[in-house]
Design a protein around this ligand. Structure first.
Ligand code: AMP
Ligand code: GLY
Length: 424
């Protein structure tokens, strides 16, 4: 089969690596891809939001399956464009990707179908939001309704901060039109767990659990980022938690979407908080997590193409999703200064240390090829160094050892990815 992957980050590199393992994949393209993806796929210079050009490419190159990794094109309706042209594509249609594209939509869905989540109110009028805050309990959480590169969530400790947050989101439009509507919700405490799942419209099968570290600095300090590292599985995702989530969260969400006429096919990412009152949904995403995919996919035993085709064809009930009985840790190597400002174009040395080394992966997030064939940094998050191990502790030791194999100017990483493991 000829496969086209849409996206350019570490997640898409992890997807490409899984696809490359399939005996069915004869040729892999990635649009636009990056330098690392270019080592296993042919990168095509078409942007992820150029739907018609991507569809032209898929038609012209007789692509058998297109896999969309990123949120923006999914929310923007890329799947609808491909389907209208009779092209086979993995991912939710626009009317289902709204599960991620609008937080107000997802909160209302959860309320209507009794899916556990934080108490909330939606607002389109800043004055009403400000008035609501006067009587609300602090801390409180403000969320821009739309996509905001994972940055549209503000946790406010005081009324003053919260009022300033409403100003930023709804009046100053810090996140653009994503802030035309806003969710204000109860602050929850507990352990966060990410559970990714494959969905065929009816059946939902979960992948191994994971946990992300979103803050830039050690000890969960500093600004929110796209994610500084992950581990899988999460020791906090117990059998008991899983039983609860299967019954009250996963299947009910898929059924709710179908009942609303928004049949979901693709990946649902359940962002969960395990609170004292049980698991609750923090957020939904309509795609693999980044960098969750970098620890989950290397542990998946199935042929990813079989699973994705089953999602498209509605036959996921016939797939036995299996994961290795081990662990993986991913440490993101970033450019110092991320997520605010940072330099690019630095030479990356040591990548060949990963060649032919079982259980070690160097996923590229922001890299490009220089004119002389050297690999250069090209983003805030540069690489995701992933290692497996028999246990989480072993995987963590392996991953941190492997971060030493790579060198570039202004290399920055967190040193406590997976520290929560020690408390489990
Ligand atoms: P989200 O993009 O909705 O996942 O939010 C980003 C991060 O903000 C989450 O990973 C949580 O750490 C935090 N967060 C979001 N909503 C809440 C909440 N209701 N209570 C506590 N923390 C939250
Ligand atoms: N790692 C969180 C996300 O992909 O949204």
């Amino acid at each position: 089969m000829k496969i086209l992957i849409v996206g350019s980050g570490g997640r898409e590199h992890a997807i490409a690596m899984s696809v490359a393992k399939s005996a069915k994949a004869e040729k892999i393209y990635c649009a636009p891809g990056n330098a690392g993806i270019g080592t296993i796929a042919e990168c095509v210079p078409i942007g992820a939001m150029e739907f018609e050009k991507l569809a032209d490419f898929a038609e012209g190159h007789a692509i058998d399956l297109t896999i969309v990794g990123m949120d923006d094109p999914l929310v923007g309706g890329i799947v609808d464009v491909f389907e209208e042209r009779g092209l086979r594509v993995f991912g939710p249609r626009k009317n289902a990707a709204i599960l991620e594209g609008s937080k107000a939509f997802s909160k209302d869905l959860m309320k209507k179908y009794n899916i556990p989540t934080a108490a909330y109110e939606n607002f389109t009028d800043p004055d009403a939001a400000l008035a609501y805050l006067e009587t609300a309990k602090m801390p409180i959480v403000l969320k821009a309704d739309g996509l905001a590169l994972g940055k549209g969530v503000l946790i406010c400790n005081t009324l003053e901060e919260a009022k300033a947050g409403v100003q930023q989101i709804m009046q100053d439009k810090k996140f653009g039109s994503a802030g035309d509507e806003m969710v204000i919700e109860e602050f929850m405490t507990g352990r966060e767990v990410s559970v990714l799942s494959f969905v065929d419209g009816r059946t939902v099968k979960i992948m191994s659990s994971a946990q992300d570290h979103k803050r830039a600095q050690d000890g969960d300090q500093g600004l929110n980022t796209g994610g500084m590292g992950t581990f899988s599985p999460s020791p906090f995702y117990t059998e008991e938690v899983n039983d609860f989530c299967q019954k009250y969260i996963f299947q009910p969400t898929v059924d709710a979407m179908a009942a609303e006429g928004r049949t979901f096919k693709g990946v649902i990412f359940f962002g969960l908080m395990i609170t004292e009152d049980g698991p609750k949904v923090l957020e939904y995403n309509a795609r693999f997590g980044d960098p969750e995919a970098q620890v989950v996919l290397p542990r998946m035993k199935n042929d990813i193409i079989d699973v994705m085709e089953a999602c498209i064809d509605g036959t996921l009930d016939q797939i036995n999703l299996e994961f290795e009985d081990n662990a993986a840790v991913c440490v993101v190597l970033a450019s110092d200064g991320y997520p605010v400002s940072y330099e690019k174009g630095k030479e990356i040395r040591g990548l060949s240390n990963f060649d032919d080394r079982d259980g070690y992966y160097c996923f590229h997030a922001g890299t490009k090829l220089g004119e002389d064939g050297k690999f250069l940094t090209n983003g805030g998050r540069v690489l995701g160094v992933t290692a497996k191990g028999a246990t989480l502790k072993e995987a963590r030791a392996n991953a941190y050892a492997a971060t030493e194999w790579i060198d570039f100017d202004n290399k920055y990483m967190r040193h406590d990815i997976g520290r929560a493991i020690d408390e489990a």
